[in-house]
Design a protein around this ligand. Structure first.
Ligand SMILES: [Zn+2]
Length: 388
């Protein structure tokens, strides 16, 4: 199973590497169509250079794929140019991988193709469509596109029934809202944002499901646990995959699989908390006691109703029982800064992503490179196409 460590990856941040690993893990589910391409990519020593301008392409002269992990693809139909669905950024990597492993790439580039532009595109899109079918992503009928929706999860796409769907780094599939048929600038929030179950108790007597904008909540800093008060600026109910986490003294919280919980090493999603310490608060007659306790149980509890709450600039307390709480992270104003709840890649901690930590540094190098712009199509043989 190829991972980022099996490739020479250029210009990649830590978050980019996580996205590459998630994309490879996702594509590998297409055992008969994607896996042969990924293996040949690996064996051929292809380089993967991370870009962030949506301009996916392959350069055969340097055997380099340029790939934007944040750029999905709005697929255009042949009939009137309508948009049929959104393909994932991961599938874009596979498309460039098909070019990179096309044994007749140079010849294919020279052959015009009425449907796809060139035979090289016909070859790559044929493989891409096989993989898209395996993964439940929309098919491509041409080499056009109707936009490059921005997504901070490289697997986000629309599925056969036109719902948003994506893989999480912890191996589950999330289904979102029904796609509205447009080509959005970025993919929508859903399933994440870090939510607590609606019947969770909060200090002061409120339940999470009753919180409305303007409510004042008791907060704490995620590192020092210093207390504060914050005003709720967002509160919305949604469905999510639920987990119950329990500490050594029996304090429990039911929250979404994407709920970010503070640990001494940073924020960790609920399913990955076993054996880590988290902040707890126990209310006594003499006032609240706050300390760090070990998580001793993490259990999946199926689909649950959760309340996504944004409040102040600290974390809020929530628990399954009144008077005993676990600190839950608040997504407001996180790095990324644009308020998109999906933008947690740059700050979430993945404590058991062994491959990332074991990866030799030689695989991730900062290299400057120039992209040669070649004017005439005749001399363009060798460099890949614009927009995959
Ligand atoms: Zn292409």
């Amino acid at each position: 199973m190829p991972t980022a460590a099996n490739f020479r990856v250029l210009n990649a941040s830590r978050a980019d590497i996580e996205k590459l690993n998630l994309s490879l893990d996702y594509l590998e589910r297409s055992a008969h169509n994607a896996m042969p391409v990924l293996r040949t990519m690996q064996e051929s020593g292809v380089k993967i250079s991370i870009i962030h301008d949506g301009n996916d392409r392959y350069d055969s002269r340097t055997h380099t794929i340029y790939w934007d992990p944040d750029s999905a693809l709005a697929v255009r139909s042949n009939y009137g140019g309508g948009v049929e669905g959104i393909q994932s950024a991961a599938l874009g990597l596979l498309h460039e991988g098909a070019h990179a492993t096309d044994p007749w790439y140079a010849e294919h580039r020279r052959e015009p193709n009425a449907t796809y532009g060139t035979d090289a595109e016909a070859y790559a899109i044929n493989i891409e469509n096989s993989v898209a079918e395996d993964l439940g992503e929309p098919q491509r009928h041409n080499h056009d596109h109707a936009g490059l929706p921005e997504s901070s999860n490289p697997t986000t796409h629309t599925n056969d029934n036109n719902y948003w769907e994506q893989r999480t780094p912890w191996g589950t599939t999330e289904i979102g809202d029904r796609w509205d048929g447009g080509a959005p600038d970025y993919t929508p929030e859903y399933g994440s944002g870090g939510c607590v179950e609606v019947s969770s108790h909060l200090p002061g007597g409120l339940k999470a499901g009753d919180v409305i904008v303007g409510d004042k909540l008791e907060l704490s800093d995620q590192a020092s646990l210093a207390p504060g008060i914050g005003s709720v600026s967002f509160s919305k109910r949604k469905m999510a995959d639920g987990y119950r986490i329990a500490t050594e003294s029996g304090i429990t919280l039911v929250c979404s699989s994407s709920a970010p919980i503070p640990t001494p090493d940073g924020l960790v999603v609920a399913p990955k908390l076993l054996g880590l310490k988290v902040p707890v608060r126990i209310d006594t007659d003499d006032g609240p006691i706050m300390r760090w306790e070990l998580i001793v149980a993490v259990d999946a509890v199926g689909r649950i109703s959760v309340q996504h709450i944004t409040v102040g600039d600290k974390c809020f307390w929530a628990g399954e029982r009144s008077g005993a709480y676990i600190l839950h992270h608040n997504l407001k104003d996180e790095p990324g800064g644009d308020g998109r709840p999906w933008d947690w890649w740059n700050w979430l901690t993945y404590p058991d992503t062994a491959a990332l930590h074991e990866m030799p540094t030689a695989h991730v190098t900062q290299e400057s490179h120039t992209i040669e712009i070649i004017g005439s199509p005749a001399s363009n043989i060798g460099i890949g196409e614009i927009f995959r």
